[in-house]
Write a protein that binds this ligand. Structure first.
Ligand SMILES: Cc1ncc(COP(=O)(O)O)c(C=O)c1O
Length: 401
């Protein structure tokens, strides 16, 4: 059975031979939202999606502990079989209120939110129009849906329009899926133009705000809020595993008949619901996100500091400053070496290799948190620049050195 993975095993061994296995790092301890211990040494966490640093929010931790004491460690079943706890329903109402939507439903992961949403919304005879750089959960949801899948060029509304025109005479609903912030490069969707294309074609639009919730928009509602097009978004997907510091996902909408999705989304129906601890911490984290807009400002400043520091060190950078900053690597070997050397400098970033990256290009992906200090970011930039220079990837010497 496992022989088919021989080539994959060989590839993994080659990637790990340069030092540590980049896909099997085990921390001795995680100390905070920004630091962990690895092999007895402190490392700076520069690759998390902990954008607001809420994994260690004291009120979320207390809410989570209290919920476990009161209601136990798990629900041991799905909501349709084993019932809804009061916390699930309260979280859905809280989310809907935060997003300004009529309805919201909660999934056990963000991955399952896309799986459940896409497969329930678009069936055989319908059309899914997916950005080419969509997250794996969107592609997997499309596969489960059985709808006809059309990919359009990443962030290219003209290509989307062309493809919608091509499908104009075909029956079935057309659902366009885009992301607020794309996780590998940190770029945002040109949402207003996507909305215009949707309107012209009479299509539907689903926006995955996984990386933009809590990050973009004056109130942290995401890219749709930042771009002023919330009423044009038919379905919002999001996750609790990034800005909200826990795990879980959601789908929200204003459409009538929303609750039918609870009886048709298999990724909701056939899996155990979120445990009371997570429901409680996420509900509390939404309060924290709403009550602390300064976290978003700090996040923005931290992203700008990392981006500006790396640009000053002579790196060729892609997308506009966002919490995600990625360095394109010339080849896989250099990427693996860069990642290992950086870890030796005490900075843990993400090594991202094809096919998970746009165009299959290797990347060193970094992301900041609001709770990183300017000194931590400066130290990280110094370390990255040193490694970059040693590998011939950064041009200009750092003034600080
Ligand atoms: C755009 C997007 N959607 C969905 C997910 C899945 O979310 P989760 O990891 O919470 O299951 C991710 C995760 O990285 C993502 O980037």
């Amino acid at each position: 059975m496992l022989d088919k993975f021989r080539a994959l095993r060989a590839e993994h061994a080659a990637v790990s031979a340069a030092g540590r296995d980049p896909f099997g790092v085990t921390f001795d301890a995680v100390l905070s939202a920004t630091e962990a211990v690895l092999d007895g040494r402190r490392v700076l966490l520069l690759g998390t999606n902990n954008y607001l640093g809420l994994t260690f929010d004291p009120a979320s931790i207390e809410a989570s502990v209290a919920a476990t004491r009161a209601q136990g460690t798990g629900t041991t079943g799905s909501r349709i079989a084993n019932g809804t706890y009061d916390g699930h329903a309260a979280l859905e109402r809280r989310l809907a209120r935060f997003l300004g939507r009529r309805s919201a439903m909660v999934f056990t992961t963000g991955y399952q939110a896309n799986l459940g949403a896409l497969s329930a919304l678009a069936g055989r005879g319908d059309h899914l129009l997916l950005d080419a750089d969509s997250h794996a959960s969107i592609y997997d949801g499309a596969r489960l849906a059985g709808a006809q899948v059309t990919r359009f060029r990443h962030n290219d509304p003209d290509d989307l329009r062309r493809r919608l025109r091509h499908l104009a005479s075909q029956p079935g609903e057309k659902l366009i899926v885009v992301e607020g912030i794309y996780s590998m490069l940190g770029d945002t969707a040109p949402l207003r133009e996507m909305v215009a294309a949707k309107r012209e074609a009479g299509a539907w639009l689903l926006l995955d705000e996984a990386h933009s919730l809590g990050v973009l928009g004056e109130n942290g509602r995401g890219l749709a809020e930042a771009e002023g097009v919330e009423p044009e978004i038919d379905f919002v997907v999001g996750t609790f595993s990034k800005s909200l510091g826990a795990i879980g996902g959601f789908l929200a909408s204003d459409l009538d008949g929303f609750d039918a999705l609870r009886l048709s989304a298999r990724a909701y129906m056939f899996t155990a619901s979120l445990p009371p601890s997570t429901v409680a911490s996420v509900t509390q984290a939404i309060d924290a996100m709403e009550a602390n807009p300064h976290l978003r400002d700090r996040l923005r400043r931290n992203g700008q500091q990392l981006h500006a520091g790396l640009a000053a060190a002579g790196f060729a950078l892609g997308a506009m400053p966002s919490p995600i900053v990625s360095l394109p690597m010339p080849d896989r070997e250099t990427a693996v070496m860069f990642w290992n050397h950086l870890l030796a400098e005490g900075v843990y970033a993400n090594l991202a290799l094809g096919p998970a990256t746009p165009g299959g290009r290797p990347l060193l992906r970094m992301s900041v948190s609001a709770v990183l200090t300017p000194a931590q970011i400066e130290a990280a930039v110094t370390a990255i620049a040193r490694v970059g220079r040693s590998l011939g990837l950064a041009g200009v010497p750092l003034a600080a050195e």
